[in-house]
Design a protein around this ligand. Structure first.
Ligand code: TYD
Length: 209
């Protein structure tokens, strides 16, 4: 089973992915936890280039192609082999992030993104948790984190984008969720980490029974 986690900046995904791994391992499952960008050695170099806040200006298509390069390598090297071994794969961001950020927010046509993705063999996850949060709240959290943590600040490229950009990201995620209701599980992320995880655990239990 391939499960992805999505949300605006500061929605608390990373903590929930880690808790989900622990929960599933406690139930005896073999779990591979990974993330994008940066789920492979090659991808880590791409992550550095993609998220550096002071990096040179780039065309939207250049950014798109680098995210897709990261994803293609990740699928071939990590995700598909783990699924073939029968493991559960948890991924912190995946292709819906490309649809929301490079598509809705940067303005690349959805049909163009899907055409290239098909050529690259991008697969859909089985299930996706969308941690939904007002982007103003999320950005506040993310910017406070960056002020305290130089490693997070070094990856702050998107936190520097205007609120309107993040509002487009959120709207796009919600639209994706309503057009794929079987795949998405939308969880209000303002409720605090324990309440969010309780919702995730309930969904996992219903899928795995
Ligand atoms: P992430 O590591 O999840 O950062 P955070 O924990 O701060 O949310 O994601 C890095 C950034 O990369 C995030 O701002 C969204 C962006 N991104 C895209 O624009 N397109 C993509 O396809 C992916 C996977 C991420």
């Amino acid at each position: 089973m391939f499960i992805t986690f999505e949300g605006v900046e500061g929605s608390g995904k990373s903590l929930q992915v880690a808790r989900t791994r622990e929960y599933l391992q406690g139930k005896g499952r073999t779990v591979l936890m990974t993330r994008e960008p940066g789920g492979t050695g090659f991808g880590l170099a791409l992550r550095e280039v993609l998220l550096r806040p002071d990096g040179a200006a780039r065309e939207a298509w250049c950014e798109l192609l680098l995210y897709l390069a990261d994803r293609h390598q990740h699928l071939k090297e990590v995700i598909e082999p783990a699924l073939a071994r029968g493991e559960m794969v948890l991924c912190d961001r995946y292709h819906d992030a490309t649809r929301a950020y490079q598509g809705a927010a940067r303005g690349i046509a959805p049909g163009d993104i899907e055409a290239v993705s098909r050529l690259l063999g991008v697969i859909e996850p089985d299930k996706t948790f969308l941690l939904d949060l007002d982007p103003e709240v999320g950005l506040g959290r993310a910017r406070r984190r960056n002020a305290l943590d130089p490693a997070a600040a070094a990856e702050g490229r998107f936190e520097d984008e205007a609120l309107a950009f993040h509002a487009r990201v959120r709207d796009a995620y919600l639209e994706l969720a309503s057009s794929h209701p079987q795949r998405f599980c939308v969880i209000p992320a303002a409720d605090g980490p324990d309440a969010v995880f309780a919702r995730i655990a309930a969904a996992l239990d219903s899928w795995l029974d």
